[in-house]
Design a protein around this ligand. Structure first.
Ligand SMILES: [Zn+2]
Length: 170
C-alpha cells in the first residue's frame, strides 16, 4: 500500500476497507500526514444481514468454464445455464451461512467501532450509501459523489476552476 501511495502523491487516494480495525485509525492519519493528503470523505456501504445472506446463497458457478453468477445481482441469461458455455450451473458447497455469520460478527466487533469513531469526530465527512441497490447503480452514485467531493476540495484550494462538474445532482 505504501508503494501505491508514493505513486499518487499530490492526487486523490481512495482507501478501500481501511482502516478496518480501531488500531489502524492512527496508522491512517499518519499516512495522510506523511503524504500531505487532505482527508475529504468517509464512505460507508451498508447492507443488512438478511440481504447479505441472501446474496451469498444466490451464488452460482459454472463447473465447466468457471464463470460466476448471482441469482440476485448477476443472473445468467437463461435460468440455471452458463451464458458462456451453456453448462448447467451449480451451487458451491461452501458453508455460506457460517461464513456470513462469521464475517458479520467480525464486522460488528472490529469495524463498527471505526465507523462510530469517524461519525463522532468527522460527522460532516461521513456519508452512508446502501449497497442493496444493483452494483452499477451504486457505482454511479459513488462516482458522482466522489467527483463532487474532489471538486469541492480542489475549489477550496484554487477557487472556481471546476464549477461545471460540481453542479451534478443525483
Ligand atoms: Zn460455463
Amino acid at each position: 500500500m505504501l508503494g501505491g501511495l508514493e505513486r499518487v502523491r499530490g492526487e486523490s487516494v481512495l482507501f478501500d476497507g481501511f482502516p478496518r480495525h480501531y488500531e489502524q485509525i492512527e496508522v491512517f492519519f499518519h499516512l495522510l500526514q506523511g503524504h500531505q493528503l487532505e482527508f475529504c470523505a468517509v464512505l460507508v456501504l451498508t447492507l443488512d444481514f438478511e440481504t447479505a445472506v441472501q446474496r451469498l446463497a444466490g451464488r452460482r458457478l459454472c463447473p465447466e468454464c468457471g464463470a460466476l453468477y448471482n441469482l440476485y445481482t448477476n443472473p445468467p441469461q437463461s435460468a440455471g445455464k452458463c451464458d458462456e458455455c451453456e453448462h448447467e450451473l451449480i451451487q458451491r458447497k461452501d458453508d455460506w451461512q457460517e461464513i456470513v455469520r462469521h464475517r458479520f460478527g467480525t464486522y460488528q466487533l472490529e469495524t463498527v467501532p471505526v465507523i462510530d469513531f469517524f461519525k463522532r469526530e468527522y460527522p460532516q465527512l461521513c456519508w452512508e450509501e446502501s449497497a442493496a441497490a444493483p452494483m452499477h447503480e451504486i457505482g454511479n452514485r459513488v462516482r458522482k459523489r466522489l467527483e463532487q467531493i474532489m471538486c469541492q476540495s480542489a475549489n477550496a484550494q484554487r477557487k472556481g476552476q471546476c464549477e461545471g462538474n460540481a453542479g451534478d445532482h443525483f
